[in-house]
Ligand binder design. Structure first.
Ligand code: SAM
Length: 182
């Protein structure tokens, strides 16, 4: 099974804490295996992702990395594909079939989202610059939409093994059950 890693570029502790946390939560919920965060080192985010995984299950992991160039070059050396989400890229519906074919071919995917201004070099290092509509919006929305289109909705039926808490879907109210290791 191939891997999906999300690379969050340029995290700033004061300005981006909430959005980077949401990028990590969306990555986990929508079927990625890992998030790598670059920019200002922020152990709080890594810890909060760990707590979510311990409570709600799955094998998602989060880590910091000083050097985003190293992450991209190592990914490419290992034969992985680099996808940069940017409003300037090729619009998702026009490129997703090509990326799905690589995904089915078991290629590992590195999905890059920015925060502050993304260095121009990223555009040329990426194999694909992909827009989720050529309009400005949010890294959280762009990531969720990309991952959902890639997996054609199948990620929404996945299980999260090892969860301590599980939600029983309910038309009204909240039903949560405790247990070890679903
Ligand atoms: N001004 C920044 C720049 O120069 O790239 C972008 C800021 S934007 C709020 C942060 C990130 O959201 C971008 O780096 C990109 O990953 C993502 N993003 C925003 N709109 C997008 C879109 N329409 N399609 C794909 N990604 C988008």
């Amino acid at each position: 099974m191939s891997r999906i890693t999300v690379l969050r570029l340029g995290h700033r502790i004061i300005r981006d804490q909430r959005v980077t946390t949401h990028v990590a939560l969306v990555a986990r919920a929508y079927g990625a295996d890992e998030i790598i965060i670059t920019g200002e080192r922020d152990e709080g985010i890594i810890e909060s992702v760990k707590r979510v995984v311990e409570t709600w299950g799955g094998n998602f992991s989060a880590r910091f990395e000083e050097n985003w160039r190293k992450v991209i070059s190592e990914w490419r050396k290992r034969g992985g594909v680099v996808i940069h989400l940017t409003m300037y890229g090729i619009n998702l519906p026009d490129i997703i079939n090509e990326i799905r074919a690589l995904w089915r071919d078991k290629k590992d995917l590195l999905v890059i989202v920015g925060s502050e201004k993304v260095p121009g070099e990223v555009y040329s290092l990426a194999d694909y610059n992909v827009a989720v509509l050529n309009q400005p919006h949010s890294e959280v929305a762009a990531l969720a939409t990309f991952l959902d289109w890639l997996q054609e909705g199948r990620e929404l039926k996945r299980g999260f093994p090892g969860a301590r808490l599980r939600i029983i879907p309910s038309r009204s109210g909240k039903k949560v059950v405790h247990g070890e290791g679903w």
